[in-house]
Ligand binder design. Structure first.
Ligand SMILES: *[C@@H]1O[C@H](CO)[C@@H](O)[C@H](O)[C@H]1NC(C)=O
Length: 151
């Protein structure tokens, strides 16, 4: 019945949990991670939430929980971020698109699938040279090697 009294808050809570789980991490069994719920207050402002710090903390939190040698171990961290880092920072000359910042405005799902398909058929995934800095100029460049080591 609390839901009926505060529909705006419940909508915000649902969006917040959805974003935390899709941008950040889920639980190891693929169930919804609700550990961020204590952060929800009646004045929670999703547009002011520090999503960058949250997603980067999820990278660190999930770094050692994936066992690549195990067929039953799945990565449950911020795969969207890591996918963008991969396509932006691992060189593959067999498929090029117009690039820019933010990368999400330039890479479409179709482009990513084409690149994956071509890369798998040629050099294989994860074999390209790592491009250290991305961005149009030095101020926009980010160090990516720290995050690429977990891919
Ligand atoms: C990872 O998985 C392999 C294969 O199941 C297993 O032999 C190994 O002990 C696991 N490593 C860790 C750190 O759990």
């Amino acid at each position: 019945m609390t839901c009926a009294k505060h529909p705006d808050l419940m909508f915000k809570v649902n969006i917040f949990v959805l974003l935390c789980n899709t941008l950040g991490k889920t639980n190891s069994m693929g169930t919804c991670d609700v550990s961020m719920l204590p952060k929800v207050t009646t004045d929670l402002d999703l547009s002011n939430f520090d999503w960058c710090s949250y997603v980067l903390k999820c990278v660190e939190d999930t770094r050692f929980s994936w066992n690549e040698s195990s067929a039953t171990s799945y990565y449950f961290g911020p795969i969207i971020l890591l996918t963008f880092l991969y396509v932006e920072c691992v060189r593959f000359d067999g498929f090029k698109i117009e690039r820019g910042i933010p990368a999400i405005c330039y890479w479409t799902v179709d482009n990513m699938r084409k690149r994956e398909d071509l890369e798998l058929k040629s050099v294989g995934l994860g074999n390209g040279e790592i491009l250290e800095n991305i961005g149009a100029n030095q101020e926009e460049s980010i160090e990516v090697s720290h995050y690429l080591i977990i891919i």
